[in-house]
Structure formats: structure tokens, C-alpha cells
Design a binder for this molecule. Structure first.
Ligand code: PEP
Length: 249
């Protein structure tokens, strides 16, 4: 049985005060279900969030990590820096990083390998653009994104990987992929993992959906057989919406 997971990606939102206010609301809520909850504040708020959530089941994760161990990379943050403040996991490959910061598959592969080598767990994001879907090339595109980055891993690495299918056209647009489109792609991705790493890993790797998940569509998306939860952007900034999404399982 795979874990159910909901992650809030706060992006470049929430200063220190706003972060604490939102964490306080989440921390106080008595979650009845067994969903694994993660939140991803900005770098400046990570350490305080870890301390603040010390006695909570909510995990604090990073939005990004550099592909090198250390050195002259002004403005960057390494795996070991994150681990030293109690952040044990990072998102890698978010479409905003690919688009605005030119993170290519080649760079993302380095980030993945370096993070795992340093025992930082990862959430790896991928997904097609609207032009790919219009040309019915979404499966080919996702295959390429996965093959360019995730081949050559050790089987044991998969214990530390969560996959997140995030069609670019659905992120922050209010237009979610239909539950059928989501299930089709998650089945396809699980099958890619099966072909390359075997059925034991493909049956256990969590695959999340991200792209305009809201309280009114979460439960239908989460009920698809190959969907293990969601990566939530906009709706995770509002505690009521985020809690409702977590309770949608
Ligand atoms: C995201 O940025 O990962 C995301 C899914 O955003 P939103 O929920 O706002 O579409």
C-alpha cells in the first residue's frame, strides 16, 4: 500500500511572519487521516519552520537545491546545507525552474544524482507544455524527461524519490488536467518505472499530480488508482483550502 502525500509549494510567497502564521494554523489542525504532509517555504524560512514544526508530523522541504557539493556558486544552497538545518528533502525540476532559470534535463540529472548521493530525498517534477499536448506528444515528452534524468540510478535510490507529474499548462492557470488525463499519465509513468526498474519499484514509488488542484477537484483526482496525492501551489497558501485538500482522500 502506497503512502498518501500532499505537499504545499509556497514558492516566493510568505515572509517570516506570514510563514509562521500559516504554519501555526496547520500545526493546530487535528488531521484525522494518515496523509503525509509536507510544506516548502522559501530558503529564508526553512530553518525557523523546521524548529517551529519540531513536534508536528508536517515535514519541511526545500524548493530547490544546487547540483554541486560546495564552492563558488553565489546565491546557491547545497544538499549538506539543507541537511544541516534538518531539511531532508527537496523539490527538483519544477517547471518554473526549468522555464525561468534554464534548468535543463542535463542540469536536473546532476541535481538528482548529487542530492541522492548526499542522502537528500527528492521530489522530481516533470510534465508537458500545452503545445506538446495539442500535438498529442505528451507521453513522448514525459518519456524523454524521465529517460534524460532518471536512468542509471541504483534500485535503492527509489526509496528516496517521489515523482510529481505537473503539466505546465495546468500550473497556476486554474485549469487542472481532468482526472482521466491524470490517471492516463500516471499509469504511463508507473509503466516507465516498471520497464526500467521493475514492478516492485513501480508499485511502490509515489506519483503525485500538480496543477491547479483545489478543494473542489482534489478528491476526484486523488481517487485515481495511480495517483498518490498532490503537489499544491496556489491553494496551499490558504490554510482552509490546503486542509480541505489534505482531507480529500
Ligand atoms: C505548482 O506550482 O507546483 C503547482 C501545482 O501550482 P498550482 O497548484 O498553483 O497550479
Amino acid at each position: 500500500m502506497r503512502k498518501k502525500i500532499v505537499i504545499g509549494n509556497w514558492k516566493m510567497n510568505n515572509d517570516s511572519f506570514e510563514t509562521k502564521t500559516l504554519l501555526n494554523k496547520l500545526k493546530k489542525y487535528d488531521f484525522k487521516n494518515d496523509v503525509t504532509i509536507m510544506v516548502s517555504p522559501s530558503f529564508t524560512n526553512l530553518q525557523n519552520s523546521v524548529i517551529y514544526l519540531n513536534d508536528s508530523k508536517i515535514e519541511v522541504i526545500a524548493q530547490n537545491v544546487n547540483e554541486s557539493e560546495k564552492g563558488a556558486f553565489t546565491g546557491e544552497v547545497s544538499s549538506s546545507m539543507l541537511k544541516s538545518i534538518g531539511v531532508l528533502r527537496s523539490i527538483i525540476g519544477h517547471s518554473e525552474r526549468r522555464l525561468y532559470y534554464n534548468e535543463t534535463d542535463n542540469i536536473l540529472k546532476k541535481k538528482i544524482y548529487n542530492a541522492l548521493k548526499n542522502e537528500l530525498k527528492i521530489i522530481f517534477c516533470f510534465g508537458e507544455k500545452i503545445s506538446d499536448r495539442k500535438n498529442n506528444q505528451q507521453f513522448e515528452l514525459v518519456n524523454n524527461q524521465l529517460s534524460n534524468t532518471l536512468l542509471d540510478l541504483n534500485k535503492s535510490d527509489w526509496e528516496n524519490i517521489i515523482l510529481a507529474y505537473e503539466p505546465v499548462w495546468a500550473i497556476g492557470t486554474g485549469e487542472n488536467a481532468t482526472p482521466k488525463q491524470v490517471q492516463e499519465m500516471h499509469f504511463h509513468v508507473r509503466n516507465w518505472v516498471k520497464i526500467n526498474y521493475g514492478s516492485k519499484i513501480s508499485n511502490t514509488v509515489p506519483i503525485l499530480y500538480g496543477g491547479s488542484v483545489k478543494p473542489n477537484n482534489a478528491s476526484e483526482i486523488f481517487s485515481q488508482p495511480d495517483v498518490d496525492g498532490g503537489l499544491i501551489g496556489g491553494a496551499s497558501l490558504n490554510h482552509n483550502d490546503f486542509i480541505e485538500i489534505i482531507n480529500s482522500f
